[in-house]
Structure formats: C-alpha cells, structure tokens
Design a protein. Structure first.
Length: 554
C-alpha cells in the first residue's frame, strides 16, 4: 500500500510525499525480510531520484541489482538491468546501456514476459536514438508501441510515443541520418503521447511530451506552438521539481530563441539550463545544451568562448558515440566557419560523417551537408559546394524543416551569384515566402521584427540586395532611397537594425530612449516606403551605410 500510494504521488509530481512513502515501504520490507518488496522499492526510489540526482539514483539501482542477483529471480534481474542501463545512458555510456538492455530483452523473451519485453523495447529505442542510430531505434520503438497497444499499457505507451519525433530532422537529430519520412508524421505520435499522459494525470510524462513537441515543432518553424508547449512544460516541471525535464525544456527554449536570432535571451536561457544539467550530473543534457550555447556564442563573435564550452563537454578529436557528442562535434564545424576557417570546417565535416551511423557520406546528414557546402563555397570549390547544398535542400524539403530550408536556399542563391550566373529568382521567392511564414509564427512583435531584420543581415552579402524587394521607385522614394535622404541619426539606427538589434538594444547603444528609437524606425520606414525592418536591413547593407560616418562622408 505504501508503494502504491508513493507511485500515485510520483505520478502527480509530489516528490517529498512519494519519497516518504517509498522509504517507509523499504524499511518495512527489510524488517519483514521481504526481498521482493525491498527490490521493487529500491527500483521505485531509483526512478524517483532520476529526475533530480543521477548519483542518488545510481545508488538505489545498484542495490536493487545486487538484491535481484542474490535472489536468483530472472525477471527481477532483467528489470534491474533495464534500470541500470537507463542510468548508464544518462551519464553518456550508451554502449554499456545497450548491452544491459539487450541482456534484459533476451531474459524476458525466454520467460515469455510480454510486459517486460515491451518495457525493454522502449529502453532500447531511446538508447539507440541517443547513440546516434535512428534506424535501429525506430525499429525497436515500432515493435514496442505495437505490443504496448495490445497490452493496453497506457503509461508505457505515452513514454514510448513521446521520443518518436527524434527519428526525423529535429534540431537535436539533424546532425544524424534521419529515419523518418517527414517531421509532421513523427510529431503526431508525440501529440498522442501528450494526450495519453494528460488523460492518466502523469505530470512528468506530460512535461516530457511537451519537450519533444517543442523540439519537433520548432524544427518545422512552428515557433508559436512550440513555445506554448515549452512554457507549459517548464511550468509543470518546476511545479513537480523535475530537474531533468527543466534542463531539457530550457535547452529547447534556448534553441528556439537562437533560431529566431534572439541571441542574448538564448544565451541566458541555455546557460541556466546547462547549470541545471551539471547540477543533476546529466552528461546527456550537458552535451545537448552545450551545442546550441556554443553556436549562440559563435554568432555573437565569442569564438573562443564557444570552443571553451565545447571542449569542456567533449574533447576535440575524439569519435562521437552519443547524441550529445554528435551535437558538440557538429557545433565545432559551425564555430570553425564563424571563425573564417573553412578548411578546418571541411576537415571536421568529413571526419564527422566517417563516424556517424548509417552515413555513406556527409551529404546523408542534413546539417552537416549544409555546413560542408558552405565550407566548400568559401574555398571556391563551387561544384562540390552545390552538390552538398542541394542534398541539404532535399532533406529540408522532405522533412518540412523550414528554418534550415531558407538558410540552405540563401547559400544556393549566393553560390549562383558567386559563380557569375543569373539570379535564382525561384529560390529567392521561396526564401521570402518562408521567412514571411516563419515571422508570422513568432508571437512577440519585437522578436518578430528582430527576426526579420536579423534574417536579412545573416544572409550572404551577395544575396542581401537581391532579396531586399524594394518597391518600384517613385519621385519621393528615389530621393529618400539615397543615403542623404535620412538624417545622420536615422542612418545610425538603420545600421543597427541591419545588425539585428531590437529597439531596446539600439536605445542602449545610442544612449537614447526606446521611444526615440521607435520614432526613428517609423521615420525610416516612411521615408524609404518600406513596411518592415528586414527591408531596412537589406537597404542599409546595399547602400553600405556601415561605411558612412555620421556626417555622411566615406
């Protein structure tokens, strides 16, 4: 009865009540010499602590395994192996975790224990995913989900369905060879997981499902819905004090902010999540969070800081064997490009592909194909660059990954111009349409405007003026379109808009009020006949305003 009540408290997220009941149950079991109840309660306590402190969880799991081995009960030993395997996975030892889970699966199959088989397939699925093999993980999950539906095991079903988006091109797994046909289909399974978790009142399961939905939806560019899931998940995880999901949700939140160029907010959010991951001893979440944090630092020009974050997480040159390590290795390619080191980026990309499961070449891996194409373009190897960029474009199209798609298409357009070819008006139109749709999915108006400006400013230089989409000239626009058509202060503001700064940041830079900046931006839009900040940014670059001083002299 104590174990059952503890389980109910755990489902509701009442940690202290659950711990008290489990600890009392453990004491009673030991006093009564009931090895089975003692073993089960040790597993309960291990699972409870896994959301807060992996070291404490390990102590309980190891004691449970020792008790099961002493009993000689094959089923108890197999369940203990699963618990230890899951702990090993979370401390970035996936090869050992897979060995434990496979041993457990063989034992359950020999016993004909369908429940144990289904539970183990769930463990094998996530362990394979986090080892970088999305194909093997999907095979385990598909078999496990079918069995769980037959058994009507709803809590385990919710657990198995939630991670299914990882088989596609989420921001966590676009550095691997995707196993899903497209992201929307994979997302539907996480939505079912959320529905089941809410129906049975499983708070931790609901937070996990929202984490996975935030990861998948943001990769499709549905930022608003993704942020809704992340914020609801963070509130729930905080309420039940589930530190593991707080770290994960913070990671997703920061990654969304990074994707829409809210760099200062992204950096703060990711740093907070990284601190939680380190505090609970989760090497898995430390790896996953370090990658977007380093990419954020690189975009802000802090290249040494970016490499320091990556080196502290995973030593350079070592072969990646976990998802966190793959993400760190992929981030190193991006940092090398940001530092202006395309030769190093190309070397890292080719080495990355050589160790990635299921990859024949770098072009099989969406993000690496894109980064490799950029490195080759910078080295003037245009034909090879085009092949890699086209491979990345195909991946992004197939999976509905719009945030990656517009970036790849921008590089393809710039490559065409660099080769002396004609403008690729078809892709330019696609980029404009994609950016407009993504901007509409950003609920905060200030962030939306900043995204539009930063998206233009982050495009390759050759493409910015081509994408400016300046309206046809009128006498007023012809006059206003020249640099002298703006006041000196308005030109300064236009330059800072082109740098991707929001009004508040511009006000701080110029030491003026935020309303004053808003007035300047309104005046610039009116004088130039524009409707958004992205057009201001492109116009400023096209007219080389950054090279002008406040008197308008070069």
């Amino acid at each position: 009865m104590l174990r059952s009540r503890g389980a109910a408290y755990e489902t509701l997220g009442e940690f202290e009540h659950a711990r008290a009941d489990y600890e009392r149950a453990l004491e009673r079991a030991r006093d009564g010499g009931d090895w089975s109840a003692e073993w089960q309660t040790l597993l309960d306590l291990g699972m409870l602590w896994s959301g807060r402190d992996y070291a404490r969880a390990s102590d309980y799991y190891r004691l449970a395994h020792e008790r099961a081995q002493a009993s000689g009960d094959a089923s108890a030993v197999a369940r203990s192996l699963n618990s230890l395997g899951n702990w090993l996975l979370n401390v970035d030892r996936p090869a050992e975790a897979l060995r434990y889970h496979r041993e457990a699966l063989a034992a359950f199959e020999a016993l004909g224990d369908q429940h144990g088989i289904a539970e183990t397939l769930d463990f094998l699925g996530i362990t394979s995913y986090l080892s970088g093999d999305l194909f093997q993980g999907t095979r385990y999950y598909e078999r496990g989900v079918a069995l769980l539906r037959e058994l009507n095991e709803r809590k385990l079903l919710a657990s198995a369905l939630a991670p299914m988006p990882l088989r596609g091109m989420t921001w966590q797994t676009d550095c691997l060879v995707p196993a899903a046909e497209n992201l929307p289909a994979a997302t539907a399974q996480a939505e079912e997981s959320l529905a089941v978790a809410r129906e049975i009142g499983w708070s931790a399961g609901e937070a996990f499902a929202r984490l996975m939905l935030g990861c998948s939806l943001s990769a499709q560019g549905d930022y608003g819905t993704a942020l809704d899931h992340v914020r609801a998940g963070k509130a729930l995880a905080a309420e039940i004090e589930h530190q593991q999901w707080l770290a994960g949700l913070g990671c997703i939140h920061g990654s969304i902010l990074l994707d829409i160029f809210a760099l200062d907010d992204a950096r703060a959010t990711l740093a907070e999540a990284l601190a939680i991951g380190r505090a609970i001893g989760s090497a898995h979440w430390v790896g996953l969070i370090s990658s977007p944090l380093a990419r954020c630092l690189a975009q802000q020009g802090a290249h040494d800081g970016a490499n320091a974050v990556l080196d502290a997480t995973f030593p350079p040159g070592a072969p990646a064997t976990t998802l966190g390590q793959f993400l760190v290795a992929c981030a190193r390619i991006e940092v090398a490009l940001a530092r202006g080191e395309p030769e190093r980026a190309l070397m890292l990309a080719d080495a990355f592909a050589a160790t990635t499961p299921n990859a024949v070449s770098a072009d099989d891996i969406p993000r690496v194909a894109w980064l490799r194409g950029r490195a080759l373009a910078a080295l003037g190897r245009h034909g090879e660059a085009e092949r890699s960029l086209l491979a990345a474009e195909r991946h992004a199209h197939q999976h509905g990954a719009r945030p990656l798609l517009w970036r790849v298409q921008a590089d393809l357009c710039a490559l065409a111009l660099a080769r002396g070819g004609e403008r690729d008006t078809g892709r330019e139109t696609s980029i404009q349409q994609t950016l407009a749709a993504l901007a509409q999915n950003i609920p905060d108006p200030a962030m939306r405007a900043a995204f539009q400006a930063a998206a233009s400013a982050h495009m390759p230089l050759l493409l910015r003026s081509a994408l400016a989409a300046v309206p046809a000239a009128t006498p007023r626009r012809s006059t206003a379109g020249a640099p002298g058509g703006l006041t000196a202060r308005e030109r300064e503001v236009a330059v800072l808009v082109a740098e991707g700064l929001a009004n508040r940041a511009i006000a701080g830079r110029l030491v003026v009020g935020e309303r004053t900046v808003e007035t300047h931006v309104t005046n610039i839009l009116g004088k130039l006949g524009f409707t958004n900040r992205a057009q201001i940014a492109a116009w400023a670059v096209a007219h080389q305003l950054a090279a002008l001083d406040t008197d308008g002299a070069r």
